[in-house]
Design a protein around this ligand. Structure first.
Ligand SMILES: Cc1cc2nc3c(=O)[nH]c(=O)nc-3n(C[C@H](O)[C@H](O)[C@H](O)COP(=O)(O)O)c2cc1C
Length: 438
């Protein structure tokens, strides 16, 4: 999609994600948009005016009281000569200043003086994002008609995990394209909606196409006990399943996440049931029914030990090592897919394979009776098990889509959009998701 002749005024805030705006500028310009940039004082601590100017091909605007700037292009004209103002990263401080209507530097003065729509891409530490003050400011900004993209959930520069990562440059570009696509942006802004009736407790912002939908997600490995201290397990980290649960919640779904033992925090805004074994996982899944969709991303152990010992098994000097007799675990994906009374409308399975990935996944979809399968190659060379990136194939009936390598967060987001499109198929498609969607 082209952004030809669109004029973007990019306000860069003073956050660690400021470096990503360099890529954002590049992506916007390669789509034909012209980009002018305002750098706050704090932003200039993170990216240099020279880098920004080199990418925009324009001078960088920093100072409200620069006589040269005012003579060349005044702050009022700067803010009005754009089709859209984009604030990225929108720091907590910048959001607070915008919400309060302050105009104490060039960035906030331009934002207050503008008669053009404003899109913000918040980025901050998860605690700052969840702070009531920020939630209040966010609600105020949304009420004022400011559009919001992100933030995403994920690991942060401060070694914490949660919501607060700035949306990726391409996500911001997609949001800008979607905005211009509407063609009736002023009306959209005239009726701003909050992402949730309770912005303080809402984990997410943005379109809510899954609101009113209940979705079950399984994630992580299962641990099958051998004795009270030993167990059979696998290398699943739960990163993909947890990301999917978070992405679905961000689209407004009521999400129940049944998680095996993982070293991840519970995703915000998601009801989490912690289990250990496949048996417990199945029971938790059945207790969560009815649901509109079930996404089975957990790496459930195929087998468990037939009779696990009540006491720790002792090594006998000179004795034979014990042999373990395994029995098959319940098949959660097949059980949900063939549920007699409460089959979810959409059941999505995962196929983690180390060879013939797509062929095995196609037969698995038919064998298990699920609707879609997300297949990935988990052989050690791919680094997918436990890693942050994933390369998946989405098999939906006769269709096979090969998705390029992307972060697990991005896979989650894309899959969540597809699920929203599927569940709303009769009323809307994923492409219809819009800014003012309740
Ligand atoms: C290393 C470092 C990283 C920071 N990252 C962020 C951030 O990601 N988000 C944020 O809201 N504030 C962040 N801050 C704090 C802001 O820089 C500070 O609040 C500043 O006043 C924001 O200025 P602005 O209003 O120009 O954006 C960071 C500060 C430092 C020192």
């Amino acid at each position: 999609m082209s952004l030809g002749e669109r004029r973007i005024l990019l306000v860069i805030g003073g956050g660690i994600a400021a470096y990503k705006t360099l890529d954002l500028i590049r992506r916007l310009r390669e789509r034909g948009a012209s980009v002018r940039a305002i750098l706050t004082r704090a932003a200039a601590e993170f990216v240099t005016p020279l880098s920004v100017a080199s990418l925009t091909g324009d001078k960088v605007y920093q100072d409200l009281f620069s006589l040269t700037d005012e003579a060349e292009i005044g702050h009022i004209e700067l803010s009005r000569a754009a089709d859209l103002l984009v604030v990225a990263p929108a720091t907590a401080n910048l959001m607070a200043r915008m919400a309060a209507g302050l105009a104490d530097d060039l960035a906030t003065t331009a934002l207050l003086a503008t008669d053009k729509p404003v899109l913000i891409a918040p980025a901050m530490n998860v605690r700052m994002w969840e702070h009531r003050a920020t939630r209040r400011n966010l609600a105020q900004l949304q009420e004022d008609g400011v559009l919001v993209v992100g933030p995403n959930e994920g690991p942060m520069a401060c070694n914490e995990f949660g919501f607060g990562r700035m949306a990726e440059p391409l996500e911001i570009v997609a949001a800008i394209e979607k905005f211009f696509d509407r063609g009736d942006a002023p009306q959209a802004l005239a009726t701003p909606r909050l992402a949730s009736p309770d912005p303080v407790s809402a984990p997410v912002t943005g379109p809510q196409p899954l609101s009113g939908k209940r979705i079950l997600v399984t994630s992580g490995p299962t641990h099958e006990p051998i004795d009270p201290v030993r167990y059979l397990a696998n290398r699943s980290s739960g990163k993909q399943g947890h990301a999917i649960a978070g992405a679905l919640a961000r689209l407004g779904a009521e999400v129940v996440l049944v998680s095996g033992p993982v070293a991840l925090p519970d995703p915000a805004g998601v009801e989490v049931v912690h289990v250990e074994t496949a048996d417990q996982m199945l029971r938790a899944c059945e207790a969560a029914l009815p649901v509109d969709a079930a996404i089975c991303a957990a790496a459930v152990a195929d087998w468990r030990v037939a009779s696990n010992a009540d006491e720790k098994m002792k090594k006998q000097p000179g004795g034979e090592p014990p042999s373990l007799r395994l029995v098959e675990n319940p098949d959660i994906l097949a059980t949900l897919s063939h549920h007699a009374s409460a089959r979810p409308r959409l059941v999505v399975g995962f196929a983690a394979e180390t060879q013939n990935v797509v062929e095995f996944a196609i037969t698995k979809r038919i064998r298990k009776g699920c609707d879609w399968i997300v297949a990935n190659d988990v052989s050690p060379k791919t680094g997918i098990m436990g890693g942050d990136a994933n390369t998946v194939h989405l098999i939906t009936g006769g269709n096979i889509e090969d998705w390029p390598e992307m972060s697990k967060q991005d896979v989650a987001q894309r899959l969540a959009s597809r699920i929203a499109g599927e569940l709303n198929a009769t009323t809307m498609t994923a492409d219809d998701m819009d800014w003012d969607q309740p």
